[in-house]
Write a protein that binds this ligand. Structure first.
Ligand SMILES: Cc1cc2nc3c(=O)[nH]c(=O)nc-3n(C[C@H](O)[C@H](O)[C@H](O)COP(=O)(O)OP(=O)(O)OC[C@H]3O[C@@H](n4cnc5c(N)ncnc54)[C@H](O)[C@@H]3O)c2cc1C
Length: 287
C-alpha cells in the first residue's frame, strides 16, 4: 500500500525543525524512524501533508551522562540502545526492553524518541520510562520544557506534546548500582505488540525493598504507573502475601480493550502474571 502525497522536509538543526513545524501548522508531523507513522499513512489512518524528518539532526543523537542522569537523544535507535556499553553498565533494562520490540529490521530504524513520543499504549518503552521516573525534554519555537513520563500520557495518541514541539531528549535518573530490574512481556509471537507487559525497577537493602517502581504496558489507553502496588511492596521482603496484594492493586488500575490479543479479563490477569515474574527476576538481580 502506498501513502497519500506529502511534502518531505529534512532540517539539519533542532531550531530549523521546530521553525518548520510551527510554520507548517497541524498538517505537519515530525518523522523519527517512520516505523509507526509510515504504516499508519499506508493504511490512511494518518495523512499529514508535510513530514519533517528529524534524521539529519546530529544534536538528537547520542547517549551521555550528565550529573546523575543519563540523557538519550530522541533519534537514538532501539538497536543503539542494545549496543551501548554505558547503558549495559548503568541501565540494562533498556536493552532488555529493546530486544522484545519487533525484530532487528525495525529496531535498526525505530527510535526511542518516536517510541515514547507516539502515545501508542502498545509501545513498550513508555512503561519502562515511567518505572525509571524519566522526563522528556520537549523543544518548541519558544524554547525547552521538561515533562515527567508519569505525566506525559493523557490518552491513546494523546500526550502533553503540543503542536510545533518535538521530543528532543529523554533524561533518566541513573538508578543506584545493584538495582534490580526486569521487563516481562507476553506476546503472541515474535514481533507482536504486548498482550500485557510489566516493568519493575527496585532497590533492595538488607533483604527488604527500599523502593519499587512499576509500569504496565498495553492494559489501558495509556501506559500505567502502578504506584500503589510499588508502595505495598516497599519495606517488604517480596514475600508471597505482599506480592499477591501488589499484583491485585496493579490489576485493579488496568482497563484493557478487548482485541485479538484477548478479553479484558484475560489481559488484566496477564498483566498480573507479568508483574509477578518481573518482581521475581528483579529481586534475583538486585544486590
Ligand atoms: C512490524 C512492527 C512491529 C512493531 N512492534 C513493536 C513492539 O512490539 N513494541 C513497540 O514498542 N513498538 C513496536 N513497533 C513500533 C516501532 O518500535 C516504532 O519504530 C516506534 O514505536 C516509533 O519509533 P519511530 O522512530 O519509528 O517513530 P515514527 O514512526 O517516525 O513516529 C511515530 C510518531 O511519533 C512522532 N514522533 C517521532 N519522533 C518524534 C520526536 N522526536 N518528537 C515528537 N514526535 C515524534 C511522529 O510524528 C509519529 O506521530 C513495531 C513496528 C513495526 C513496523
Amino acid at each position: 500500500m502506498i501513502p497519500g502525497a506529502f511534502a518531505y522536509h529534512r532540517p539539519s538543526s533542532v531550531d530549523e525543525a521546530v521553525a518548520l513545524l510551527a510554520d507548517l501548522g497541524e498538517d505537519a508531523r515530525p518523522l523519527g524512524g517512520g516505523h509507526s507513522l509510515i504504516p499508519l499513512m499506508k493504511l490512511r489512518f494518518a495523512a499529514p501533508a508535510h513530514l519533517v524528518d528529524l534524521g539529519g539532526i546530529g544534536d538528537l543523537k547520542g547517549i551521555r551522562e550528565e550529573g546523575g542522569d543519563i540523557v538519550i537523544g530522541a533519534m537514538v535507535t532501539q538497536h543503539e540502545l542494545i549496543a551501548s556499553g554505558l547503558l549495559a553498565a548503568k541501565l540494562p533494562i533498556l536493552a532488555e526492553t529493546s530486544r522484545v520490540i519487533a525484530d532487528p529490521q525495525v529496531r535498526y530504524v525505530g527510535t526511542l524518541g518516536g517510541n515514547v513520543a507516539n502515545g501508542d499504549p502498545g509501545n513498550d518503552m513508555p512503561a519502562v520510562m515511567i518505572a525509571l521516573d524519566a522526563s522528556y525534554e520537549l523543544t518548541g519555537k519558544g524554547g525547552k520544557r521538561s515533562v515527567p513520563a508519569r505525566g506525559y500520557y493523557k490518552g491513546a495518541y494523546d500526550t502533553a506534546l503540543q503542536p510545533g514541539e518535538i521530543l528532543s531528549a529523554i533524561r533518566i535518573p541513573t538508578p543506584a548500582a545493584g538495582h534490580g530490574y526486569a521487563y516481562e512481556k507476553l506476546k503472541r509471537k515474535v514481533g507482536d505488540y504486548a498482550t500485557a507487559a510489566a516493568a519493575v525497577v527496585l532497590i533492595m537493602q538488607g533483604g527488604k525493598v527500599a523502593s519499587c517502581a512499576i509500569g504496565l504496558t498495553n492494559v489501558a489507553d495509556t501506559p500505567l504507573f502502578a504506584e500503589e502496588a510499588g508502595g505495598i511492596l516497599t519495606g517488604s521482603a517480596l514475600d508471597a502475601e505482599k506480592v499477591k496484594k501488589a499484583v491485585a492493586a496493579a490489576e485493579a488500575i488496568t482497563s484493557p480493550a478487548s482485541d485479538r490479543r484477548g478479553s479484558p479479563h484475560y489481559r488484566t490477569k496477564m498483566a498480573g502474571v507479568m508483574l509477578q515474574r518481573a518482581l521475581a527476576r528483579a529481586k534475583s538481580r538486585a544486590s
